[in-house]
Design a protein around this ligand. Structure first.
Ligand code: AMP
Ligand code: ZN
Length: 140
């Protein structure tokens, strides 16, 4: 628990939220700025800053909760698909520094869905792709 952390405050019940699900390790609540109908966040109850910081066990627990809710978004909200999104670091759009996964139900009906792909898929340089892949593989 971090005193200054918004999502720790939500997990503790000190800051109001629309709760969707809760278990020993995770808490899920509606996002107040939804990108699509039913957009929510899943967080670990134990504070961690981001993807670099979170324990493998908490990451697994958050992911399992996100999958459980994604299935309900499809079966009960009528979503046509779901995006899971995590932002790690300010440069990657993270604005709240308590790890969270966005669960964004997606719809063919665009009156319910404002999310758009944030890059234009364009073939990359094959040599650069291979070199970066090799650097990653060598470090793992
Ligand atoms: P990110 O930019 O990935 O760090 O996501 C932070 C998310 O938290 C944004 O989608 C915000 O809309 C959402 N958010 C911020 N404050 C609250 C709050 N009090 N209750 C629910 N969602 C919030
Ligand atoms: Zn926190």
């Amino acid at each position: 628990m971090s005193d200054q952390c918004l999502f720790c405050g939500i997990v503790a019940g000190d800051i109001p939220s629309v709760r969707v699900a809760e278990d020993d390790d995770t808490y899920a609540f509606m996002d107040i700025n939804p990108a699509a109908d039913g957009h929510l966040l899943v967080v670990p109850k134990r504070h961690s800053t981001d993807l670099m910081d979170i324990s493998p066990d908490d990451l697994a627990a958050v992911t399992v909760t996100a999958q459980r809710i994604a299935k309900v978004a499809v079966t009960k909200l009528g979503a046509d698909g779901v995006n899971l999104l995590n932002c790690c670091g300010a440069e990657a759009w993270q604005t709240v520094f308590h790890f969270h996964v966005h669960v964004v139900p997606r719809y063919a009906d665009k009156t319910k869905d404002k999310l758009v792909l944030p890059w234009v898929p364009t073939p990359g340089d094959a040599g650069t792709i291979a070199a970066l892949g090799e650097r990653l593989a060598a470090a793992l």
